[in-house]
Design a protein around this ligand. Structure first.
Ligand code: SF4
Length: 474
């Protein structure tokens, strides 16, 4: 799932990248030490201060990269990787001061993880967003996951050739575009081969099809963790045993040894990360933070595939540190988002930035498994987190969790993002709207596509969101 949604931005064709959404040419670039941003010589306003200029350059990069996909996929891969590395370096060495420091640190870590996934070297696994990755971190194996990869491709305006390649290879048009883009990147030869493919059955119907297809395409072994939809002592043992088998499978197929102490340390880091993130959410109830869609999607990395890494723990600590430095006051209109965020879509981002009294307070995919676990029993702990996931089981569970979070974060309304092709999300849309509204949270069901830019209509979406915000008084 969706984990979906994340970030990125990059450059190309001899142009230097700047921050998320800001790509400018070296000649035009100047670093502004006051704001921490690069500035284009001719800024034209809009989101992140670059507007049409930035969009034009991203499109140029996208069209250069897209042309390479069919004729020179390895060159396309190098271009994308180079752009991601530049973006990560920018977030790391020139963090923008308008955002929290922790946000910029996580941006660098998330971008590095995507750039690393584009390396054709041993020690990589394609995983789905819910797979517990502590075992991978303990074995120094790089996770590559569809939602992260797909959103980065879209942020580079490069996803269309992958969508087309997947459809040419027989993937239906109605299939989830995160998975479609990943399959397209694989069959076009841009995405390097992993050592193994790992996934769960949790939440996403597309998992079994996509990951089986990828394993078959690359000719690598696959391991699937079956997650029952209820948490009981028996199901915890059942899933924990599968995780043990997965650890053995990884050792067998990568030739790397798993140090059980390192695994326990990684799970302990996960638990500390979750505790800190919960503390951040508690503080956020009374405090507005300078943020954007990308910022609200970063916890999808830290609370999923990067959970158990030092980067994720540093991020959670940094969020608490940074929010404690802000004044305890909040903007009047707070929106909670459900499901993936189209953070590459400038028109929507711009809407949230244009309103001074409006802020996004989170995304339900960031708090889907903030449960207490016992790191001394790492396999049971990871199993428990999978089973307790708010997306596991009936749709009401996810809706109730959002209701609770909407109350905690003092949200004024909810946007339920109906990502194209996500049957479980689309199927629960009206149920969610009904329950949230019955409890006092106006809800907009917004149809869109989190990563296929060819499948969205900016105008329609902006009109609907604007009307909703007006209804909330923003
Ligand atoms: S089908 Fe839904 S849950 Fe699965 S990857 Fe797509 S958006 Fe995520």
């Amino acid at each position: 799932m969706c984990g979906a949604a994340m970030l990125g931005h990059m450059a190309g064709g001899g142009q230097a990248v700047v921050s998320f959404g800001d790509i400018i040419t070296p000649r035009a670039a100047a670093y502004n030490p006051r704001t921490g941003d690069f500035l284009a010589a001719r800024q034209v306003g809009g989101y992140n201060g670059c507007g049409d200029n930035m969009n034009g350059i991203v499109k140029t990069f996208g069209s250069i990269t897209s042309r390479q996909v069919a004729k020179a996929p390895l060159r396309a891969r190098r271009l994308l990787r180079w752009a991601y590395r530049l973006t990560g370096a920018q977030a790391r060495f020139f963090p923008r001061r308008r955002f929290l420091r922790a946000r910029e640190g996580m941006m660098a870590a998330a971008t590095a993880s995507v750039a690393n996934a584009m390396r054709q070297t041993p020690g990589a696994a394609i995983v789905n967003a819910f797979l517990p990755c502590e075992i991978l971190h303990a074995m120094d194996i790089r996770p590559m996951f569809p939602e992260g990869m797909a959103v980065y491709f879209t942020a580079a305006a490069s996803e269309q050739p992958f969508v087309e390649a997947a459809e040419r290879a027989g993937v239906p048009e109605s299939y989830c575009s995160y998975h479609k883009v990943l399959i397209g990147a694989a069959v076009s030869g841009v995405l390097p081969a992993p050592d193994v493919v790992l996934h769960t059955t949790l939440a996403c119907d597309a998992n079994r099809l996509t990951f089986a297809r990828l394993a078959e395409h690359y000719g690598v072994p696959r391991f699937c963790i079956d997650v029952p939809n209820r948490e009981t002592p028996q199901t915890i043992i059942y899933v924990a045993n599968q995780l043990r088998e997965m650890a053995a499978f990884l050792q067998q197929h990568t030739g790397r040894r798993l140090d059980e102490d390192a695994l326990q340390a990684a799970v302990a880091r996960s638990q500390r990360t979750i505790l800190r993130y919960r503390e951040y959410l508690r503080l956020r109830a009374d405090t507005s933070v300078p943020t954007d869609m990308t910022g609200e999607m970063l916890p999808l990395f830290s609370n999923h595939v990067l959970l158990g890494s030092q980067a994720a723990e540093q991020y959670a600590h940094g969020l608490v540190r940074d929010i404690q430095r802000l004044a305890a006051e909040r903007k009047p209109t707070r929106i909670l988002w459900m499901h993936t965020m189209p953070n590459w879509q400038a028109a929507l981002n711009d809407l949230f930035h244009r309103h001074r009294d409006l802020e996004l307070v989170g995304c339900d995919l960031a708090y889907d498994a903030l449960v207490d676990i016992d790191p001394r029993r790492p396999y049971e702990a990871m199993a428990q987190r999978l089973l307790a996931n708010t997306l596991n089981g009936p749709a009401e569970r996810r809706i109730d969790a959002t209701l609770q979070m909407a109350r905690q974060l003092a949200a004024g309304g909810v946007i339920y993002y109906n990502h194209w092709g996500c049957k479980s999300t689309m199927g629960a849309a009206q149920l969610a709207k009904k329950k949230l509204e019955a409890n006092g949270f106006p809800t907009l069901v917004l149809d869109g596509d989190g990563c296929d830019s060819g499948n969205v209509s900016d105008g329609q979406q902006v009109t609907r969101v604007q009307a909703f915000l007006e209804q909330l008084g923003a």
